[in-house]
Design a protein. Structure first.
Ligand SMILES: [Zn+2]
Ligand SMILES: [Zn+2]
Length: 124
């Protein structure tokens, strides 16, 4: 059971307004100074994830969080500038064929694609 404090409500609202995944550090820097400390943000984001309110994507040793929406999306993640590009999911039909072979009942999937964005490719 998720305990919603005033701080957590604020944090959740902030995530709802964001169009891209955010790390705890990014949230910390953007919230009014002193409103929440970093460890509280970490713990709250973890709690949101456990409660199924947000989706977590790991990039290196950082975790990025995004409000779980009804629209199921995937991300292209740039390993250089950490930019995340949202892409539509087209893997369901492919998975259906593959999982049927194993009589596997799928509940969910996630897919994150790592590489370099257009800008970073030209820099390399
Ligand atoms: Zn990049
Ligand atoms: Zn998908």
């Amino acid at each position: 059971m998720l305990k919603m404090t005033k701080q957590r409500t604020l944090l959740l609202d902030y995530l709802k307004k964001s169009t891209k995944p955010l790390s705890a550090e990014m949230v910390y820097l953007k919230l009014p100074q002193g409103s929440m400390n970093l460890s509280t943000i970490y713990r709250s984001l973890e709690a949101f994830e456990v409660a199924g309110l947000v989706d977590k994507t790991n990039l290196g040793n950082l975790a990025y969080y995004k409000i779980r929406s009804h629209e199921h999306k995937h991300y292209l993640v740039c390993k250089n500038c950490h930019k995340m590009i949202e892409i539509d999911c087209h893997v369901d039909s492919f998975l259906e064929v593959e999982t049927k072979k194993h009589h596997f009942k799928v509940e969910s999937h996630d897919l994150t694609v790592y590489g370099y964005c257009e800008k970073c490719q030209t820099l390399a």
